[in-house]
Design a protein around this ligand. Structure first.
Ligand code: PMP
Length: 426
């Protein structure tokens, strides 16, 4: 750990907290973040040369495993022709057509550079299109760091949102209404109160930012029905779930069609990419065909498109998803069995290749309150134990884990062997 320690100390002098995104700093688990030098397949390697089985996967993009040869080659080939033009390219058309093929509700697609940009732009579009101001989001769902989305619930079910970060004006936060995930009654109540001014519902169809919480039966259907009743836009934030919980995302997995979809992570194959899209009727309202403004100097960047297309092309491999889902299942069932053997209260969730481990005696975790009430001290101990054993999990208990194509049987078995040692000492 010596090199990581030195790098962390040096980083903190010129980078706030030593990191360019807060969760990387290991605040939630304590200790020194590992500085990474390279990654390959299911592994990452830190500055001290220690190799870990990686379940973070750059926070989701690496569904094919790290350092995928076809993606790497596509990036190198594209780079030979120049890094950015600021003018349209054919690759952007191919990307939009590909997204539409895989996610048919996205009749039109606009590329951006991050998940944050995708959700921020989709919300502006929903507001501009409906002429309404308010948006409904769910407690524990994260949609990036745009002002309107950094808002937590007020004290009562029907109170207005309050900023969850200094720098977000209360005047902005008041238009964000936060309700309970997996609780349709709370959504109905808020629409009954102010449905006339609600532009949209934005939801992670499988919540992946309060650990991993899949939708309960009827939840997504209910959101669709409420939006239809009130003329609100239903936005699925599939930045995490897109091309991951199914090739066509959560909307394919659960059979619910949103009006707008936000994508990120897998769609960039590891490059900084996001996208939003949906119904043609709505998308034509953005500039230059409509009055709602949205733009980007590097949007649709040729290197990013090459990486993303090389990733999406490989998702057609027969049996790919079944195999990743089976690995994920084996992993969570293994964790559960071992925890039971050692009488450690634990429950798991999974959806496709996303999973969550909760240190709690609650049987099934379905909402934020249950997720935050889990045993943090035990998670921290587990986390560092796994790290010592060479398994890299997300350094916070509120993050979903990810399994890739290259987490094969041997990798899952090695992970569970590590877990057995760690659980024995909890
Ligand atoms: N939406 C969801 C569901 C996410 O998980 C994230 C990032 N983890 C974002 C949006 C924001 O994406 P980005 O970090 O690329 O801005």
């Amino acid at each position: 750990m010596q090199k990581s320690e030195q790098l962390f100390e040096r980083a903190q002098k010129t980078i706030p907290g030593g990191v360019n995104s807060p969760v990387r700093a290991f605040k939630a688990v304590g200790g020194t973040p590992r500085f990474i030098t390279k990654a390959d397949g299911p592994y990452i390697v830190d500055a001290d040369g220690k190799q870990y089985i990686d379940y973070v996967q750059s926070w989701g993009p690496m569904v094919l495993g790290h350092n995928n040869e076809k993606i790497r080659n596509a990036v190198v080939a594209a780079a030979q022709n120049g890094l950015s033009f600021g003018a349209p390219t054919e690759a952007e058309i191919i990307m939009a057509e590909k997204v539409k093929e895989l996610v048919p509700s996205m009749e039109m697609v606009r590329m951006v550079n991050s998940g944050t940009e995708a959700t921020m732009s989709a919300i502006r579009l929903a507001r501009g299109y409906t002429g309404k101001n308010k948006l409904v989001k769910f407690e524990g769902c994260y949609h990036g760091h745009a002002d309107s989305l950094l808002v937590k619930a007020g004290s009562g079910a029907l109170t207005l949102g309050v900023p969850s970060s200094p720098g977000v004006p209360a005047d902005v936060a008041q238009h964000t209404l936060t309700v309970e995930f997996n609780n349709l009654d709370s959504v109905k109540a808020i629409f009954a109160e102010c449905g006339d001014d609600i532009a949209c519902i934005i939801v992670e169809p499988v919540a992946g930012n309060m650990n991993c919480i899949p939708p309960v039966d009827g939840f997504l259907e209910g959101l669709r029905a409420i939006c239809d009743e009130y003329g609100a836009v239903l936005i699925f934030d599939e930045v995490m779930t897109g091309f991951r919980v199914s090739r066509g995302g959560a909307q394919e997995r659960y059979g619910i069609t949103p009006d707008l979809t936000c994508l990120g992570k897998v769609i960039g194959g590891g490059m900084p990419v996001g996208a939003f899209g949906g119904k043609r009727d709505i998308l034509t309202h953005i500039a230059p065909t409509g009055p709602i403004y949205q733009a980007g100097t590097l949007s649709g960047n040729p290197i990013a498109m090459a990486a993303g297309l090389a990733a999406l092309d490989q998702l057609a491999e027969p049996g790919l998803y079944d195999s990743i889902f089976a690995s994920t299942q084996k992993l969570v069932e293994g964790f559960q069995t071992i925890a039971n053997e050692f009488s450690i209260p634990l429950t798991t969730n999974s959806a496709g290749s996303m999973f969550g481990i909760f240190f709690t005696d609650v049987e099934k975790v379905v909402n934020y309150q249950q997720a935050i009430n889990c045993n943090q001290a035990q998670f921290k101990q587990f986390y560092h134990g796994m790290l010592d054993e060479g398994v890299y999990l997300a350094p916070a208990s509120y993050e979903a884990g990810f399994v890739s194509k290259l987490h094969d049987d041997a990798i899952i078995t090695a992970t569970l062997d590590a877990a057995r040692k760690v659980f024995a000492n909890l």
